[in-house]
Design a protein around this ligand. Structure first.
Ligand SMILES: [Zn+2]
Length: 83
C-alpha cells in the first residue's frame, strides 16, 4: 500500500488482512479493502484520511501486522475454502 500524498509505504501480509475482513463479515475484494484502509502517517500528522494505493507484491511485510488466526481456526478455514 502506498499513500498518494506522503508516499508512506506499508506492506501487509495478505493472510491476516483477509482474516481481519472475514471476522467482520466485510467484503474482501480489493476495491472495498481500500475503503477500509488509511495512511497512518497522514492521519497522525494532520488527521487526513488518505486511501492508499494497493498493490499485490512479494515484498516482506513491514511494521505491525494484523493478528493471525490461531492454527486450529486457520486449518478449518483452509479446508472449508479448498472444498
Ligand atoms: Zn500518507
Amino acid at each position: 500500500m502506498t499513500c498518494p500524498r506522503c508516499r508512506h509505504v506499508r506492506v501487509l501480509d495478505a493472510m491476516p488482512l483477509w482474516w481481519h475482513f472475514q471476522r467482520r463479515g466485510w467484503d474482501d475484494t480489493l476495491s472495498s479493502v481500500r475503503q477500509r484502509l488509511h495512511c497512518a502517517a497522514c492521519l497522525s500528522r494532520d488527521g487526513c484520511v488518505l486511501r492508499p494505493h494497493l498493490a499485490v507484491g512479494r515484498d516482506p511485510p513491514t511494521g505491525e501486522q494484523l493478528p493471525y488466526p490461531d492454527t486450529a481456526t486457520w486449518k478449518r478455514l483452509v479446508s472449508r475454502y479448498r472444498s
